[in-house]
Write a new protein. Structure first.
Length: 244
């Protein structure tokens, strides 16, 4: 699980010193004014940290729901973000409501980039950027499970890059995405569907574009496009549910 920690800034304390008892008091001495240090940032309360963690968990689960084809769950999480998450901005509410009303998974996936952009916009305005603990990148391998783990790792870094906003996380994701393999032969014994092959090629094209995407808004849009491509491919390759 990706863990997120928030910088806690200690409030500066000003101490005043006085002469001891019986100290001689001479004429007042005029001293040059001492430049005061700028006030420290506000201390992040435990409540605020809990709120931000709830935001992060809900948004992460929303993405998993979209990738796994659970549109009802994605809508429910979007509803929570729009109506109960605190703090919430008009931009966040609008993005979450559009996901709630999305007619299908592909549309919800594309709109998720706007949700990430709303998070990043709020963090940037409040100067309260989260600090991410980035897990080790999964090892490379030929199996589809390994390939998907590396794709998920790259997607998580890109998400953190947008909501931070965090350039380091973004470029970690870009590098992993460029190096990721998409070998659909491992998904099925039969030839993969042409539509899935097309989405795999589209994802390769996005990976080639990723290093040149700059700015929070452009990266948010890129992330939405990428998640839309992933969800579309998963919908084609997803196995039918097994009978109990």
């Amino acid at each position: 699980m990706i863990r997120i920690s928030w910088l806690v800034c200690l409030a500066a304390m000003t101490w005043s010193c006085e002469s001891g008892p019986g100290a001689a008091r001479g004429p007042a001495t005029v001293h040059a004014p001492i430049a005061k240090a700028p006030p420290p940032p506000p201390v992040a309360s435990h409540k605020v940290r809990e709120q931000m963690w709830a935001h992060f968990e809900a948004a992460a689960e929303l993405q998993r729901a979209i990738a796994q084809g659970r549109l009802a769950d994605a809508r429910e999480l979007a509803t929570w973000l729009a109506t109960k998450a605190e703090p919430r901005t008009p931009e966040l509410i609008g993005a979450a409501l559009r996901i709630q009303e999305a007619p299908d998974l592909k549309t919800a996936a594309a709109l998720t980039g706007a949700l990430a952009g709303a998070c990043g916009s709020c963090h940037e305005a409040s100067k309260a950027a989260p600090v991410f603990v980035i897990p080790r990148e999964p090892a490379d391998g030929p199996s589809i499970e390994t390939q998907m783990q590396r794709h998920q790792w790259a997607a998580a870094r890109l998400w953190e890059g947008v909501i931070g906003p965090n350039d380091d996380a973004w470029f970690f994701g870009v590098q992993a995405m460029e190096n990721a393999k998409i070998d659909l032969r491992w998904t099925t014994k039969a030839a993969p569907p042409p539509e899935a092959v097309g989405f795999a090629e589209e994802l390769r094209g996005l990976a080639a574009r990723a290093p040149n995407v700059e700015g929070r808004a452009a990266r948010a849009e890129f992330y939405g496009t990428m998640l839309h491509t992933c969800a579309s491919c998963h919908a084609i390759l997803r196995s039918p549910p097994k009978a109990p």
